[in-house]
Design a protein around this ligand. Structure first.
Ligand code: AMP
Ligand code: ZN
Length: 458
């Protein structure tokens, strides 16, 4: 069983060979927790969840360690606390829970470890001390900076020279920097900002050092896969490599770097000003008059595009995905578990995580009505984890519609609409879409439909 992955470091598709097949190790950069995750943020989560599932299948579920961090110290969080008057901890705890709920809703397994940056400040301080001691970092005006000129491979991942970067980037020019590209490892905190005691006074870490410190603590100085969106390649990943390779020169940090391409919405870059910005929760619950989209439908749309291609979220794709999944669930949902996975689907995923090709294979299985193979493939891709969801069952709501019209006829006579309102509220609460007009009553199961809540209504 060979897995091939496109390694951003070498720009080649390579055969994946883990350092230790008994413990395959993967690190993925996680969210900064100050607000709901937008749908773009779900792309790396879903992509690396499929890779995690594939690795567990190939190496065994107990032989893979997946780490994804929470950035809970950041100036955007500080700003949110200041403007809302809430405590930082309250904001980061709440947002962390939202993130977990939303990502579970799109079928992502929790990683094995989800460290919070603030729990690793000591490890970051030790790493920075090491970098100063071996000449890769220096102190200036209460800051500690990484010296990019001290690391000859700086820029290799993103393929730029330091001079190109200076010319092309909006770098923060500060008088205390020896080179404009030098980046902050530690900075001073005023009394109103979070801070920790350090050899350089009370302060807080720069952004990049947390991933270097946490991956070292949890996965060691050399591990297998590092992932994230390709917007993180520069400067974040470039800086992670510089810090880790200089602090632990005997290690090689991450061997395979994987980057997902960006997500757009209806052909345009997502932005608040274009009005096409929405969060995963907006999509799940429905927003701006649009009905909610079930988490597995979101997952299906995402996986229909290969992770290295730009992906376009459209309402039309969601409609199609919903119809396909509905059909597949009915075919595969009640099938008996097959022991064997369908090899062409595994092969497609093993070829640089070609989820689009895997889905094409699954369409073939559906046409051939090969229910056990379809079921096993859906499992591997992270679908059908908790049986057939209610929205895919196609429930019969006719009796409820009849009862509601009956109550309405009575209410027209008595002018007492309380029973109509009570039934309507109960139906809405069960996730039923209710349309009442002169022509009659129409009911449909919405994406959050919960059949259990209908009990006793007739
Ligand atoms: P952030 O919280 O901005 O650091 O982003 C968290 C993760 O989401 C990173 O891996 C980003 O690369 C990824 N990401 C952000 N925006 C998008 C997008 N539009 N499409 C795909 N991935 C994204
Ligand atoms: Zn990172």
């Amino acid at each position: 069983m060979t897995i091939k992955l496109t390694n951003s470091k070498t720009r080649k598709k390579e055969v994946f060979e883990p350092i230790d097949p008994n413990n395959v190790r993967m690190y993925v950069c996680g969210p900064t927790v100050y607000d709901r995750a937008h749908i773009g943020n779900a792309r790396p989560v879903i992509v690396f969840d499929v890779l995690y599932r594939l690795l567990r299948h190939v190496y065994g579920p107990d032989h893979v360690t997946y780490v994804r961090n929470f950035t809970d110290v950041d100036d955007k969080i500080n700003a949110r606390a200041a403007e809302s008057g809430r405590s930082i901890r309250e904001i980061t705890d709440e947002t962390t829970q939202w993130y977990l709920d939303d990502m579970r809703a799109v079928g992502a397994m929790d990683p094995d470890q989800m460290p919070r940056a603030t729990e690793f400040i000591g490890a970051m301080i030790s790493m920075i001390e090491g970098l100063i001691a071996n000449g890769h970092a220096y102190t200036a005006e209460g800051h500690v900076l990484f010296s990019v000129e001290s690391y000859k491979d700086y820029g290799k991942l993103s393929g730029r020279s330091i001079d190109d970067m200076i010319a092309g980037a909006r770098v923060e020019v500060a008088p205390y920097k020896r080179n404009p590209m030098d980046f902050v490892l530690w900075k001073p905190s005023s009394d109103d900002l979070p801070g920790w005691d350090s050899p350089w006074g009370r302060g807080r870490p720069g952004w990049h050092i947390e991933c270097s410190a946490m991956s070292y603590e949890l996965l060691g100085e050399s591990f297998d896969i590092h992932g994230g969106g390709n917007d993180l390649m520069f400067p974040h990943h470039e800086n992670e490599i510089a810090q880790s390779c200089c602090a632990h020169p005997q290690g090689c940090f991450a061997r395979y770097w994987l980057h997902n391409e960006m997500l757009q919405v209806e052909g345009k870059k997502m932005s608040k000003s274009l009005g096409n910005f929405f969060t995963v929760r907006d999509l799940l619950d429905g927003h701006d008059g649009m009905p909610g989209v079930p988490g597995e439908v979101i997952r299906f749309v995402f996986l229909s595009t290969h992770y290295r291609k730009p992906m376009d979220w459209t309402a039309e794709k969601a409609e199609q995905a919903k119809a396909t999944l509905m059909k597949w669930y009915r075919q595969a949902g009640e099938a008996i578990d097959s022991a064997e996975l369908y090899q062409p689907v595994v092969d497609a995923l093993s070829d640089d995580l070609n989820t689009a090709a895997a889905i094409a294979e699954m369409h073939q299985l559906s046409h051939a009505n090969d229910q056990p193979a379809l079921r096993a493939s859906m499992h591997l891709m992270g679908f059908l984890q908790n049986g057939i969801p209610d929205w895919a069952r196609g429930v019969d709501l006719l009796d409820y519609a009849d009862r509601l019209s009956e109550l309405r006829t009575i209410a027209m006579e008595t002018k007492d609409f309380s029973a109509v309102d009570a039934m309507k509220t109960a139906l809405l609460d069960a996730g039923v879409e209710v349309r009442m007009s002169k022509a009659g009553v129409e009911l449909d199961a919405g994406p959050n439909f919960d059949a259990a809540k209908l009990e006793g209504l007739l």
